[in-house]
Design a protein around this ligand. Structure first.
Ligand code: FMN
Length: 359
């Protein structure tokens, strides 16, 4: 139930942190879309752990295998099964943590809900669950790019107290974002952010941050009033990601401090359509895209698993001290960048297919 997302482009993800593999089944991919494993691997490589000082030391190749739904490089219109095998499992790393629920992680609530919990590494609450999403999102993105020319670019806009300068939403590219390991296109801020993450790791601690995202070249008209408003679907999608704590679109919470005379986006004539001269709406009005870039921000908390000793209690209520073992991300936002892009693509592809049914 809780593992599926989408209406017409419907995904169901599977897999735990330390089981044989993780993946996704996607029902509703339009037929005759050119597709190969390399199309999907690009975003999986951007998400994958290992290889730099800012993420977990767990080293996974995360090679995707297409199991079904594609023949001779074209989608068949049937369900597409995608599998990524877990290679670097180390369930032994979690010994004492199985007796003590990690503060602010999902161990306690999973046990309360199911009466059982995968024995290591967060099981289903691990960010490895997002692999299936990212694999599906790469297909959604390909369809959106080839059908509408839609581009989706996310970047790290804050780590701890360090904020990036505003970026040009019309021109920012993934290449600019990936130029720094921390995935912040503002080079000066990127250096501060990197130092902050390295310092948090050295202190056996973790740090939070914000991912911003822009979706360009959307046609006006995507989004369903009233419950499936575009911003409501985006909020649902983003807050379904592990470690998220907030979602803002356009002016967001800052809009609550403004007057209408300042906040309104006046209409202007643009090439072949009505546009707006400012974009505090974030590209959405009445829950429907207006043709301007859709942009939003997602807040991620500091990861819960830290090596510092924390006073807490075990499952029996006995006072204890927990110092987490295992390999963990000191900050999730650099790796969350492609995951945020993925969830945006999954929302947009669904709304685009729904809108297509109307015309
Ligand atoms: C890319 C990514 C990597 C993550 N890595 C870790 C990690 O190494 N350690 C950890 O405790 N949490 C990590 N998390 C967050 C946990 O999965 C999440 O906090 C946990 O499932 C509890 O859910 P909640 O924080 O939404 O309440 C990561 C999240 C993301 C998006």
């Amino acid at each position: 139930m809780s593992s599926s997302f989408g209406t017409l482009f419907k995904i169901a993800t599977f897999g735990e942190s330390h089981c044989a593999g993780v993946g996704v089944v996607i029902d509703g991919v339009p037929s005759r879309l050119p597709l190969c494993e390399a199309d999907i691997q690009v975003q999986l490589d951007r998400r994958r752990p290992g290889g730099n000082k800012l993420g977990t030391e767990r080293n996974e190749a995360d090679q995707v295998q297409i199991l079904s739904g594609v023949e001779n490089g074209l989608t068949l219109g049937s369900p597409i099964g995608l599998l990524v095998k877990n290679k670097d499992q180390r369930p032994g790393d979690y010994g004492s943590m199985n007796q003590v629920p990690r503060p602010s992680h999902a161990d306690y609530t999973y046990r309360a809900k199911y009466g059982i919990h995968a024995s290591s590494g967060g099981g289903r609450s691990s960010a490895r669950e997002t692999i299936g999403r990212v694999a599906a999102g790469a297909i959604a993105e390909k369809f959106l790019r080839e059908t509408y020319g839609i581009e989706i670019v996310a970047w790290v806009s804050s780590v701890g107290q360090y904020d990036a300068e505003a970026v040009d939403l019309e021109t920012i590219t993934r290449e600019q974002v990936d130029a720094a390991e921390v995935r912040c296109p503002d080079r000066a801020a990127a250096e501060k952010m990197t130092e902050e993450i390295v310092a948090a790791r050295a202190a056996k601690d973790s740090i939070g941050g914000v991912v911003s995202c822009v979706c360009r070249n959307l046609p006006a008209g995507l989004g369903e009033p009233a419950f499936d408003r575009l911003e409501a679907k985006l909020a649902h999608a983003m807050l379904s990601l592990p470690a998220t704590k907030g979602f803002e679109i356009g002016s967001g919470f800052a809009g609550a401090r403004m007057r209408g005379s300042v906040h309104n986006d006046p209409f202007v004539q643009k090439a072949g359509r009505l546009g707006t001269s400012s974009n505090r709406s974030g590209g959405v009005q009445g829950g429907i895209s207006n043709g301007e870039p859709v942009y939003f921000r997602v807040a991620f908390k500091p990861p819960a698993t830290i090596g510092q000793e924390q006073q807490t209690v075990d499952y029996q209520g006995n006072q204890t001290v927990l110092a987490a073992k295992g390999r963990h991300d000191p900050c999730v936002v650099p790796r969350a960048v492609p995951i945020v892009e993925t969830m945006a693509a999954l929302v947009l592809v669904d709304l685009a297919l729904i809108q297509k049914m109307r015309s």
